[in-house]
Ligand binder design. Structure first.
Ligand SMILES: Nc1ncnc2c1ncn2[C@@H]1O[C@H](COP(=O)(O)OP(=O)(O)OP(=O)(O)O)[C@@H](O)[C@H]1O
Ligand SMILES: [Mn+2]
Length: 420
């Protein structure tokens, strides 16, 4: 071969190599645009995240100095305050909901509203026709209707089994309200704890509710129970008042306006041994990004963080108001403080995107301040403490997991995962 020919062949070969390289770089950049999750299973990712939690930077473990500014404002805003005329307060409150934001960030009427919810006399009681779990609809003296979810479990009871197991936890509804307020996801109904006199409720009940209540003479006097009217309600499973006729529960604000119900893309099958597509496909979010608009997806990712912290794995459907997601029905939370149901976070780790505002807010409440603050905010609730120490520790443990998942996404795809 002449020198010329050698150069010619080498030139062609080099061009091929160059083309191949450019092609590869292009392919890699395409893959970067489409963040395929590089870990092949939930189990593998969970292991990786658990490892990362152990080496989190001190800023995630210590108090953030920015916290103090939020703390004072939040404590002031949610402190129950005396009121004179409940109707005046409710006139204000019922103007609050704007799209999915149910109440403003700070408003001097919030403290008074919390007092009306826990103190206004109850004038009428009915069964709630909606949902599968026992609830009542109560009318307060100012004509306002609210929902009542009764206590089924003691604070320390551990619910084993699937993440959606057991009956509603009334205290979870209350904690969820305060957590959402702190995280600035003001999309939950306002909820307070209250002890009701079930004898008095019986007297105020309509005939249908009376028919689903039990009034029995016992050696300690008359015992009042209710089993209500709902999919899972049966006479064999009533909730009963104590010897003073008192029954604990959550009083929940009824969100006004039109709500639309949607099936969650991360719905479970609720059948033993039958898995949903998202449970096995770590790339589940890639096609979803084209099907759901980004705002909705970011709402669902915020919701998954919120649900993971409280251990709610039962958001089979979600509701929207004016286009934005609302977090109704938070009762299936705080079942087992010894467990983390990592897959509740699937929307976050499968999509690896997050609102920047959510991320900034989560960072403010590091170092144990999240549960400390909620604890202080709920000090005046009739049912304080709302959750026990083990559940508080679990919330803090899960917050570190959330930090680690977001760190993992940041390391893998960079700052572009944070959306404005
Ligand atoms: N605070 C509220 N404000 C407005 N609507 C509400 C409120 N709570 C419940 N609802 C309505 O009633 C429906 C049933 O309520 P919820 O989801 O709490 O019941 P559930 O018995 O837990 O039902 P499921 O078993 O389906 O989870 C909701 O989908 C919603 O439309
Ligand atoms: Mn429910």
């Amino acid at each position: 071969m002449t020198n010329k020919r050698v150069l010619y062949v080498a030139g062609i070969l080099l061009s091929f190599v160059a083309l191949a390289l450019v092609g590869n770089v292009y392919l890699l950049s395409r893959l970067n645009d489409e963040p395929a999750i590089k870990v092949s299973s939930v189990r593998a990712l969970e292991n990786l995240i658990r490892h990362r939690v152990r080496s989190l930077k001190p800023s995630y473990l210590n108090r953030n100095p920015r916290f103090f500014m939020y703390r004072n404002r939040l404590l002031r805003n949610y402190k129950p305050a005396p009121y004179e005329n409940a109707s005046v307060i409710w006139d204000i409150v019922n103007w609050w909901p704007a799209e999915n934001e149910i109440y403003p960030m700070y408003d001097s009427s919030m403290g008074q509203l919390l007092s009306t919810l826990s103190k206004e006399p109850i004038t009428r009681a009915q069964n709630s026709p909606r949902g599968t779990q026992l609830k009542l609809v109560l009318k307060l003296a100012n004509q306002q209707k609210v929902i009542f979810k009764p206590q089924w479990y003691g604070r320390d009871e551990v619910i084993d089994g699937p993440v959606y197991g057991g009956k509603d936890r009334h205290n979870a509804e209350i904690y969820a309200f305060y957590l959402a307020a702190v995280l600035n996801m003001r999309w939950t109904p306002i909820a307070v704890g209250r002890k009701l006199d079930l004898k008095e409720i019986y007297q105020k009940a309509d005939q249908e509710l009376k028919n689903t209540m039990l009034v029995q003479e016992t050696s300690n006097g008359t015992e009042y129970c209710v089993y209500g009217k709902c999919h899972y309600c049966t006479e064999d499973e009533p909730v009963c008042a104590d010897e003073n006729n008192l029954i604990e529960g959550a009083i929940i604000y009824l969100i006004p306006g039109t709500l639309s119900r949607h099936r969650s893309p991360w719905q479970r099958t609720y059948k033993d041994g039958v898995r949903a597509a998202w449970e096995d496909d770590m790339n589940y979010c890639i096609p979803l990004k084209d099907k759901i608009d980004t705002t909705r997806l970011l709402d669902l990712i915020d919701a998954s963080i919120f649900d993971f912290l409280i251990q709610n794995g039962d958001r089979h459907h979600y509701e929207t108001r004016g286009g934005g997601l609302i977090l109704i029905d938070n009762g299936k939370a705080f079942g087992n403080p010894n467990k983390d149901f990592f897959d509740v976070l699937a929307p976050l780790y499968q999509c690896c995107i997050l609102r920047k505002t959510t991320w900034d807010r989560l960072l403010v409440f590091s170092g144990g301040t999240l549960t400390d603050l909620i604890d202080r905010m709920t000090k005046n609730d009739e049912l304080y403490p709302i959750i026990n120490k083990k559940h508080k520790q679990a919330v803090e443990r899960r917050l570190l997991i959330v930090y680690s998942v977001v760190e993992y996404c940041l390391d893998t795809y960079g700052e572009k995962i944070l959306k404005s």
